[in-house]
Design a protein around this ligand. Sequence first.
Ligand code: ADP
Ligand code: ASP
Ligand code: MG
Length: 440
Amino acid sequence: MLVLKFGGTSVGKPERMKKIARLVTETPGQKIVVLSALAGTTNALVSIGEHLLGGHAEAAETEIAALEKHYQAFVQELYQSDGFLAIGQEIVSRFFVFMRLLAAGQFDDKSYRELLAQGELISTELFYQYLQEQKITSRLLPALHFMSIDENEEPELEKISQRLKPLIASLKNIDIVITQGYICRNHRNEIDNLKRGGSDYTASLIGAALKADEIQIWTDIDGMHNNDPRVVDKTIPISELTFDEASELAYFGAKILHPSTIVPAQKYGIPVRLKNTMDEKAPGTLISNKGTAGTCKAVAAKDGITAIKIKSSRMLMAYGFLRRVFEVFEHYRTPIDMISTSEVAVSLTIDNTRHLPEIKQELEKFGSIEVDTNQTIVCIVGHKIEGQQGILERVFGALSQVPIRMVSVGGSANNISLLIPSDYKKQALTALNKQLFGLP
Ligand code: ADP
Ligand code: ASP
Ligand code: MG
């Protein structure tokens, strides 16, 4: 059993959807095909939803109309016969009637999440009908029948597995089973999602739930690169990564993978392969238990970080101080990414600032608080990189012109993290590209 996930750009054009149809039919055996929404759709739905939450119905309708036009043009090109074109047009009309019904109602957070789900629901229906037109046997399995998160927004892997196994067993003669990425039900049984980029996570949750042989993430680039291709000029693909390395890169900003993708795959040792839909012959990246120690594999950067410094003379020699600090973050369900301490101060970083005002207020009981926004974590990753001779000297040498706010080494053997002001990100990633990989 394989799980194949195709991202937004991979399904974003009619000819690409046709190519995916070929790729999945050429892959032997039973597979679950996880699809994202067409490129740009979720962004458009976010914007429509925000207009509606803000009471700007007209602006929302303008965007709904533009999106509908896009889909009508899409189906014109996707289907060859008049019969299937009519089916495609009917699907599009039905979805847009429903979106307008949502927009006209009491638009709240629940309707917003329902709106966000429409992108994956429509892409999978259009793809299923395309396979029907091509006389390729497949089934559409609704993700909302099995994918769920608990009250802490954590996927319920056991339950997902218990629901999915009999569903798949009932389709044992069907080689292509299509489902939606990203969407799920929450503990109130409402429609919800696995956060932006969540289709990767869907694929790896399904892979873990079914103990698949491999999880393949098909996207618009030939695997994980050594640096962020959106920021630096020259990057190169990495052929192999360990689960730990890939996990750190995904968590610290390598957008090719949703931050949590590796967790379920690693739990059951299921290899994850990253492949390029536009260049299927390219080897891509294989993520597994195998790894070579002491080499620096890649650099990633995570923006939108806030640094909090708590200065307290009372901290001096006081046990229990850090526990009380951490309890504040725990209470507000705010994860901490980096931490560094001295005798009189502790600095830490967060990326979820939803409860920052309350957190700040509570921390003020311990001492004086400084908050710095617009920070970026730069993360240098490699299996047992810590042990690599001279690595810190090379990193700091490369970053001699960059103000470094925090450093974290030794938290994991596989990563060195630095906090810098976001304005310096390009400079830092470019300097590291040159120093660590000899690339411009
Ligand atoms: P999809 O829509 O298929 O999920 P994404 O846009 O989410 O695709 O992820 C692929 C993009 O991730 C690439 O186009 C690339 O710009 C970006 N990216 C960021 N960092 C990396 C990296 N280290 N290696 C490869 N791609 C990266
Ligand atoms: N469509 C969703 C998004 O754009 C999920 C995904 O593409 O992975 O965030
Ligand atoms: Mg993605």
